[in-house]
Design a protein around this ligand. Structure first.
Ligand code: HEM
Length: 119
């Protein structure tokens, strides 16, 4: 049983759209993003689907995630990481995802976010 099996994928998608809505308004990190969040959000939906044990949508289209490498063009210090995680926590806790999945997803994303710090 994977977390993906117990969620409604639409709840995950709504959470991710909400997350980028929050990021777009966050002057601590919004300058890092390309301006049109639709494509970023689409990729994140693919990634988090496989992160939760669902189909490998991200890898099928883009290859191995190599997230740390893909984030090297952006200067990410503890501050950017914290801002990213704060928005993610807000998006997750206000989502319709069940509470166990919320907890699991946030705890795992904290580890991944630490791994993205590159400056
Ligand atoms: C892009 C995931 C942390 C900034 C992406 C992409 C994914 C992703 C899947 C799309 C990569 C691609 O182009 O195919 C994650 C995960 C994170 C994380 C799972 C931590 C758990 C961060 C942090 C920042 C950040 C801390 C800085 C605030 C960006 C930027 C892009 C990006 C600027 C490029 C957007 C674009 O070109 O569309 N991230 N990320 N990410 N991420 Fe992250």
């Amino acid at each position: 049983m994977t977390p993906y099996e117990v969620i409604n994928p639409q709840d995950l998608y709504d959470m991710i759209d909400h997350f980028y809505y929050l990021v777009e308004k966050d002057n601590r990190i919004n300058h890092l993003f390309p301006g049109d969040f639709a494509e970023t959000s689409r990729k994140q939906k693919q990634f988090l689907t496989q992160f939760l044990g669902g189909p490998s949508l991200y890898t099928e289209e883009h290859g191995h995630p190599m997230l740390r490498q893909r984030h090297l063009p952006f200067r990410i210090t503890d501050k950017e990481r914290d801002a990213w995680l704060e928005n993610m926590r807000e998006a997750i806790t206000s989502s319709q995802l069940n509470e166990d999945v919320q907890e699991y997803l946030y705890e795992r994303l904290k580890l991944t976010a630490n791994h993205m710090v590159n400056a």
